[in-house]
Ligand binder design. Structure first.
Ligand code: MTE
Length: 303
């Protein structure tokens, strides 16, 4: 697989990870090289040193066992149950305002994109955070494949509904889980379609085989196990907005100065260490994304 584009967020793991963790991971990856080479949706590369994450990578054992995936459970401890989701074969549908509505097999999609690794901070609205090396491809490549019409102003991502998901029986939730972006947000260079983490295929509990990742927004915008991508003229309905529009809005950009109605967003707890650190506006990615909002000042941008 080709590695393309070197941007600011691509830093060597040695800059963000305790050395022992890097060495352990290298040993692990070396030992399973054949398996990894054969697995789809995967690359493990040393990214370029341009961007300082400013914190250590979260150890994999924490980011893969403390999850939000309400289709399985409202508990954070759902990773075992999530193994019941069969992530292959997998199909993604392009719908709505596109040149031609169609379905594409995940394997075929992967043949048409170039995978790369990016280390991003992740900030959940619940005030916990992690730093993860994701594998995937720029969301703009997905837009090119989907061929939206000029009239499309928004894009919505939808999670699979599967019999393995016992949480779907909770009747009060408006399944399927859907969230969306404005087209220019989706085309921003930070927006990413994620197919792996820590150099391995994305596990089901983290949204395998493919999720979207927008690190300047709260984590609930980041739709897991995507099966449908719909282009619309109007803002799409979003899962959390529909459940509680007073607390969760469409834009949901990270801002330490805008409190959640029930708690402060000023600080965040790092998964694994429990350390509390200050939250940054746009989760620290303002230099790349703030310009998206200069003409949207009248909108409720921060929750
Ligand atoms: N996607 C689906 N389908 N269902 C969910 O419950 N939770 C969101 C987001 N995507 C969620 C989802 C929330 S609130 C967060 S913080 C992240 O997933 C958590 O991602 P992680 O479990 O990989 O850390």
């Amino acid at each position: 697989m080709r590695i393309i584009r070197r941007r600011g967020w691509e830093i060597p793991e040695s800059q963000v990870t305790p050395e022992s963790v890097v060495l352990n991971r290298r040993a692990l990856i070396g030992g399973t090289a054949a398996l990894l080479a054969a697995a789809p949706g995967l690359v493990h590369a040393d990214p370029n040193p341009k961007y300082e994450a400013g914190r250590a990578l979260t150890e994999e054992k924490y980011s893969t066992t403390y999850n939000n995936y309400y289709e399985f459970s409202e508990s954070k401890n759902l990773w075992k149950e999530a193994q019941g989701l069969k992530t292959s074969p997998w199909t993604i549908e392009f719908a709505g305002l596109v040149k031609e509505p169609r379905k594409i097999a995940y394997e075929d999609l992967l043949k048409q994109v170039s995978l790369e690794e990016r280390i991003y901070r992740h900030r959940c609205v619940e005030a916990w955070a992690m730093t993860v090396p994701w594998t995937g491809f720029p969301m703009t490549d997905l837009l090119k494949l989907a061929e939206p019409l000029g009239s499309a102003k928004f894009v919505a991502f939808e999670t699979v509904k599967d019999k393995s998901m016992s949480g779907l029986r909770a009747p009060l939730y408006p399944w399927p889980y859907v969230d969306g972006l404005a087209i220019d947000e989706a085309a921003n260079e930070l927006a990413f379609m994620t197919t792996g983490m820590y150099g391995k295929p994305l596990p089901p509990q983290n949204g395998g085989p493919i999720r979207m990742t927008t690190p300047w927004k709260y984590g609930f915008k980041q739709v897991k196990s995507v099966v449908k991508v719909t282009f619309t003229e109007k803002q799409p309905r979003c899962f959390w907005q529909e459940i509680n529009g007073r607390e969760y809005g469409f834009w949901a950009n990270v801002n330490p100065d805008v409190e959640h109605p029930r708690w402060s967003q000023a600080r965040e707890r790092l998964l694994g260490t429990g350390e509390m650190v200050p939250t940054q506006i746009y989760n620290g990615y303002g230099d790349i994304v703030a310009s998206l909002y200069s003409d949207r000042k009248s909108e409720k941008l921060f929750m």
